[in-house]
Design a protein around this ligand. Structure first.
Ligand code: SF4
Length: 351
């Protein structure tokens, strides 16, 4: 009872908004909430400072054991890393405010959708935030889009993306870490099966949308064999992808808190080696990443796919996209709502 009388911490910014978010629905153990949103477009940070990032949701139901995006919930004072997969926030979409942000982008700007969440996770079927954003982008020209997902549901938007591609660049990056369905189920418990993701690669490329397959992350002694990566790359080529990449796992503290217990349960013989490798640093350095890079290069050459030097792995970390970017946008009384299906209740939001 030591801390019973301690005053509740005063929440500010995104943490305050998260705490007051209205419950949209609760499904199984997942809660969907609506998050009042001040900014939809944020900046990457560090070496990715020149890239704009968009995350239509906060949190991700897929629950990948290695997920490094769990840190995004820490902005909202949600420090249990598992809450990232159980409390999903749908951003309250305001078309007028979003368009105002988009108008400030410049020709040639790069925009990444899905740097700290999956934009096609199950919430998208209902709330369609990603779809509504792409509909706005279909009216733009000269932009360069990257969309990262692990969901076959991305193929719903194949025709829309093909339309965007007429006046912009666009590329979908579909993550497939293994073709072994059992392993995929273990490490990415609620993500669509690899076979479904491959079918999405085909639908997108048939529609004229370029696709890269990413086998990120490469987990030492789990999915890093030449045979395993070769199978993914061969399937990517067969289904129409134009490039392939794979880069080693990194374990920031928020990811290690989930990944290491998972390892203890499913791969106990690897725990000591992982602890030794990741104890001092989140990123692997030296021989191992070099060996993986050579392996990927060889495999790509074998299947005639471009080996992408992924600027995007790790994806640009988001800063708090609620708190930065453009000056405040005032919305007039004619503010538009979603116009799409779903149950979001939109408030006129004067910022
Ligand atoms: S799909 Fe991406 S964002 Fe979602 S849990 Fe997996 S790694 Fe994290």
């Amino acid at each position: 009872m030591l801390f019973d009388d301690a005053p509740a911490p005063k929440l500010v910014g995104i943490a305050r908004l998260a705490a007051s978010s209205g419950l949209l629905e609760a499904k199984r153990q997942v809660e969907y909430l609506e998050l009042e949103t001040r900014r939809f477009i944020g900046r990457g940070s560090g070496r990715m400072r020149s890239i704009w990032t968009i995350n239509p949701y906060r949190g991700c139901e897929y629950g990948c054991k290695y997920c490094y995006a769990r840190y995004a919930h820490e902005f909202m004072e949600l420090r249990d890393p598992e809450l990232f997969e159980r409390k999903i926030y749908a951003k309250q979409f305001q078309a007028v405010a979003f368009r105002a942000e988009v108008r400030r982008l410049k020709s040639g700007d790069t925009i990444w959708i899905g740097t700290a969440t999956d934009p096609y996770q199950p919430a998208e079927r209902r709330y369609q935030i990603t779809r509504q954003m792409l509909e706005v982008f279909a009216g733009e020209r000269g932009l360069d889009f990257g969309i990262t997902t692990k969901s076959d549901f991305v193929s719903r938007d194949a025709a829309l993306m093909a339309r965007i591609a007429r006046r912009n660049k666009i590329r979908v990056h579909l993550t497939i870490t293994t073709l072994d369905e059992r392993l995929a189920r273990m490490v990415e418990p609620r993500a669509p099966r690899p076979a479904l993701r491959l079918a999405a690669v085909k639908k997108l490329t048939d529609a004229g949308v370029p696709v890269s397959v990413l086998a990120h992350p490469v987990m030492p002694l789990i999915n890093d064999s030449e045979e395993s990566l070769d199978r993914v790359c061969a399937a990517a080529a067969l289904y129409g992808a134009s490039s392939f990449s794979a880069a080693p796992l990194f374990l920031k503290p928020c990811a290690a808190q989930v990944f290491l217990p998972f390892l203890e349960e499913r791969f106990p013989h690897l725990v000591r080696r992982y602890r030794e490798r990741f104890e001092k640093a989140a990123y692997l350095k030296g021989h191992y990443p070099e060996m993986i890079a050579e392996r990927v290069h060889r495999i790509c050459a074998r299947h005639n796919l471009a080996a992408r030097q992924e600027l995007e792995w790790p994806l640009p970390p988001v800063q708090d996209d609620q708190l930065e970017l453009f000056p405040s946008v005032s919305k007039g009384p004619g503010a538009e709502g979603t116009g799409a299906g779903g149950t979001l209740q939109h408030k006129v939001n004067c910022l």
